[in-house]
Design a protein around this ligand. Sequence first.
Ligand code: UD1
Ligand code: CA
Length: 443
Amino acid sequence: MLNVVILAAGQGKRMRSDLPKVLHPVAGKPMLGHVVDTARRLAPAKICVVHGHGGETVRAALDAPDLLWAKQEPQLGTGHAVLQAMPQLAAVPPAPTLVLYGDVPLIRAATLERLIEAVGDGKLALLTAHLDNPRGYGRIVRVDGKVVRIVEEKDADDAERAIREINTGILVAPGAALARWLPQLGNRNAQGEYYLTDIVALAVAEGMEVVTAQPGANWETDGVNSKSQLARLERIHQRNLAEALMEQGVTLADPDRIDVRGELVCGRDVFIDVNCVFEGRVTLGDGARINANCVIQDAVVGPDSVIGPFARLRPGTTLAEDVHIGNFVEVKNSTIAAHSKANHLAYVGDATVGSRVNVGAGTITCNYDGANKHRTVIEDDVFIGSDTQLVAPVTVGRGATLGAGTTLTKDAPPDQLTVSRPKQISIAGWKRPQKTKTSRKKE
Ligand code: UD1
Ligand code: CA
């Protein structure tokens, strides 16, 4: 049994943004969303998010049936914040309570599992780290090796400030003890806040053992207070995602130049060139090749398909095997069957494209009439000449050929050439206009 409290009430002034701090995204997902998802992996009985700054914005962004919410207003400190969650966690028997921060997005479940294990039957467990520069953090004060209290930087004397073991803020406390301690906290300290960290001295006074565990990597417990720190964690997270992809066998031209903002599922022998962005849920089949500078969102790329360079696959794109989507081609809400190609400068939207279709350069499905979207159906073995507009709804029959420059407003029958184009004329003896003397003077 475990309960989780996530502190997310702080303002985050240094973000200089109207968006509450915990909603700023890492890899396209709010920081708080990362923490909630990690908490879920621990299969706790309850998860309670303490929110405050930003009113209902935070709750509205992340609400889900498995989340409880507690409002902290005003924000009087971390101890006061956890106290607000206690009514939501009231349970018999009380469970150990894990405290997480909504602005510490990269904490790993494996680290938390170790901390939870350390609690045993009724210890207080703190996640601590040893830092070369501990400035700003609460320090872990030990006597004879045993933790006796935490002192905040602003309340510390010189000797305490020299301590390099810091409080990450993440801890697990026995539920009943926590409920007993929180109302006892005072705010007579340098910041006039109710410090959660003061529960350590209360535990020690009761004779409870205080144990510690460390994160696998220090970035796991790094918090975000500024855009610069947000960008730093984004890079660390992206690098971790890239490592995981390579471990699965994906070839990345440069693991520092890929951005995955969602879930990227790859088959065997997938190659991804530099500067590609994947958003939402993207699946790349065996042998797929994504050339440089592509943006792919909520799409399925079939086996041995080749995308880009400079291609954009938007939501609802499903490509079968050996489909080629080339430079400056945009595909949206469309299915394209096997061996079809759109290699240059095209827009394929709300279309059903068959097998072995050639979509010529500059082809556009005119799917939007200003009010409604309409579908285009292109059957198997169609050849579409360059610079063709397909004004939907329209169907191009199997094996049809559309002449270059056609504006198709009616269905094209199968196996025929359909072309809409003024007849070409040439005017004999025609002379190009010459500049007159007066207009030359003006120049
Ligand atoms: C806290 C710890 C400190 C630790 C540091 C790690 C205390 C007293 N100090 O300090 O020992 O080294 O974190 O970063 O706990 N929050 C609320 N409501 C509040 C105050 C804070 O929800 O009233 C939330 C914040 O949004 C944030 C987290 O709690 O997510 C930590 O708050 P912050 O003000 O950053 O704590 P620190 O003073 O840095
Ligand atoms: Ca902090």
